[in-house]
Design a protein around this ligand. Sequence first.
Ligand code: AMP
Ligand code: GLY
Length: 417
Amino acid sequence: MNVLLIGSGGREHALAWAIAASPLLGTLYCAPGNPGMVTLGTNVALDVSNHEDVITFCREKTIGLVMVGPEAPLVAGLVDDLTAAGIKAFGPTRYAAQLEGSKGFTKDICRAHNIPTAAYERFTALDAALAYVRRQGAPIVIKADGLAAGKGVTVAMTLSEAEAALRDIWDGRFGEASCVVEAFLEGEEASFFVLSDGVNVLPLTTAQDHKRVGDGDTGPNTGGMGAYSPAPCMTPAMTAEALETIVKPTVKALAGRGHPYKGVLYAGLMLTKSGPQLIEYNARFGDPETQVLMPRLKSDLLTLLLATVDGTLDKMSVRWKDETALTVCLCAKGYPGTVAKGNPINGLEKDLGAGVEVFQAGTALKDGQLVSNGGRVLNVTALGKTVKEAQQRAYAAVDAIDFADGFCRRDIGWRAL
Ligand code: AMP
Ligand code: GLY
């Protein structure tokens, strides 16, 4: 079977790596892909926002499955259009992708189905939002409604921070202004991934991300500076509770609305004293969490993706290596702000040690030289029997890579140690 994978980040490199290992695979095409993926498939320059072009490409290359990596094409309805054209595509429809695309949509589902999440109100007018925040007091959490690339959330520890965040939203930075204001939750954060075929839910595994740019979880939020899987705080009991009280009711709610959720559902959880609560959903695999999920996966990814699209997840099981995977994001200096591009990266051809994989993200080839081409540049991933071993192996590999313009957090995994 030929597969078209949409995306170009570290997540997509890890997905390509797992798909390329499938006995079911014919040719893998990556649109647009990155230099790390050229040994696994063929990179193609397709404008994925032009759904007709994608459909034409799929017909020409007899694509048996389109795997959508990032959220933007999902929210734009790529899966709807491919499905209507008779092409199998992994990922939720535009409607179901609102679980990620609209915080208000998700909160309203939680309220209607008693799914544990922070108490909240939605606002479309600044005055009402300000009045509410003043009544509630700080700490309080302000969320722009809509996709904001992880930058639309302010955890305000003071009232003036909260007010500033609201004014920012009504300054028009996030398009049409509306927001969710919700109660501040305390606890440890963890990510829980499941596959859903619309009816059946197959739990995958858990991970923990490191969102802040600096060691000790300091500095501004990023897309994620590193991750490990599994998350020790997600005990079997905690995982079962999250599945029964949060994930399954959500999947049932969407099916009940006539818009079954098909794809991977990534639940961002806060493990509070009273149990897991939903912080947010993502309608896709995590980045960099996928870079630690794929090295642990023993089952065939392509088989699981197809079962999700075909509605046969009830017949599937999934096996994981009994090891920890840990990934360190090597970023270009300045990230998450402005970064310089085009700086050389060397050393990837070296033997970087047992259980090590480097997934590329913001890279490019310039006259045959690998160079940086974005904020998060490489994901240096290692397996180990323990978090400590995985961490030591990952950092040994990081230190063997020559990327003078790069930096990384030195403490990925600290919560688990
Ligand atoms: P989100 O984009 O909704 O995942 O929010 C980004 C980050 O803000 C989360 O990863 C949490 O660290 C934090 N956050 C979001 N909602 C809350 C909340 N209700 N209480 C405390 N922290 C939160
Ligand atoms: N690592 C966070 C995300 O993928 O949204």
